[in-house]
Design a protein around this ligand. Structure first.
Ligand SMILES: Cc1cc2nc3c(=O)[nH]c(=O)nc-3n(C[C@H](O)[C@H](O)[C@H](O)COP(=O)(O)OP(=O)(O)OC[C@H]3O[C@@H](n4cnc5c(N)ncnc54)[C@H](O)[C@@H]3O)c2cc1C
Length: 272
């Protein structure tokens, strides 16, 4: 839709041109959310596209995803065969309630910064130990775990004027075995629960809960826990089960606990 309060669109080409943040500004990623509803508080968009960030960089350290990388670009990536967690990327890309138009425009950074509970790029990068590089308007920068970037529904930990530059996923996380479970109330509906388990070669295990909770919840263990321990830890960690049109809290809790049990069984198979 037309955003009729917007008076200016800035198109910075270099980091130095990102300064000058003011009230009423918003960074523009793919615009799939920004242009989907009225934005009465916004007067200027700062379009990140012209910065020309390399969408994806594979190295021995892991995968660096530019915040402006689209979901379609990420899905099309071919990863080294030893990165056993690679299928998780396609699974999370397909967890979008989205048409091909959204897939081709929506960015990974935009999905994370929008901070919807059903943000599948949040699920993916939180489960794979992702870390965001944040650039402040004064040229300083900091790094924050994705699990700490999202603080609640449409709430994130970014400060005014701070832009997400990239997300780093370490090679160690990409070599884990993964188990993925997702459910929506309707076919192709927005996720009501999305739970991911990872198991490293050293036996450590992590469970990442998204969509059923207002923010991502991550539980880590040095070795596989028992199902009773895992259930108790989930109940202790989740203070609120998310409630919106895409699912009742009791259903989300039930599905999350059920998925946790399935994931534990799947990743226990072949355990040493
Ligand atoms: C049909 C349809 C289906 C959808 N389904 C889903 C779904 O299943 N799950 C879901 O989570 N969302 C969904 N969305 C919402 C939205 O399209 C996605 O969340 C999308 O990934 C947002 O990315 P974007 O690049 O388009 O963000 P934009 O619309 O460009 O921006 C979103 C927000 O993030 C900020 N932002 C963007 N990039 C940065 C950055 N690099 N640094 C700091 N701030 C930034 C913007 O200022 C804005 O506040 C859907 C939308 C539509 C229209």
């Amino acid at each position: 839709m037309d955003l009729n309060t917007i008076k200016e669109v800035a198109r910075p080409k270099a980091r130095g041109e990102l300064s000058g943040w003011r009230d009423g500004d918003a960074f523009l990623g793919g615009g799939t959310w920004l242009f989907s509803e009225p934005q009465p508080k916004l007067t200027r968009l700062v379009d990140l596209a012209a910065l020309g960030w390399q969408p994806l960089t594979v190295s021995a350290e892991g995968l660096e995803i530019a915040a402006t990388c689209t979901v379609a670009q990420l899905d099309a990536l071919t990863l080294p065969v030893e990165w056993t967690a690679a299928p998780l990327i396609g699974q999370c890309c397909r967890a979008f309630l989205a048409s091909f138009k959204v897939w081709n425009a929506a960015t990974v950074g935009g999905n994370i910064c929008l901070a919807l509970p059903a943000g599948p790029m949040i699920s993916l990068t939180a489960a794979l130990d992702g870390e965001a590089l944040l650039w402040a308007a004064d040229s300083s920068e900091r790094r924050l775990k994705i699990v700490d970037v999202v603080t609640g529904p449409q709430k994130n930990a970014l400060r005014p004027g701070e832009v997400m530059r990239s997300i780093s996923v370490p090679a160690a996380a990409l070599t884990t075995r993964t188990a993925y479970r997702q459910v929506s109330l309707a076919n192709h509906g927005r996720s009501g629960a999305l739970v991911i388990g990872t198991r490293a070669a050293n036996g450590s295990f992590a469970l990442t809960i998204t969509a059923s909770t207002p923010r991502p919840i991550r539980l880590r263990y040095d070795a596989l826990p028992t199902i009773d321990t895992l259930r108790a830890d989930i109940e202790a960690a989740v203070d609120v089960w998310y409630d919106d049109i895409h699912g009742l809290p009791a259903w989300r809790r039930h599905m999350t606990l059920h998925f946790a049990q399935e994931i534990l069984a799947e990743l226990s198979a072949g355990a040493r």
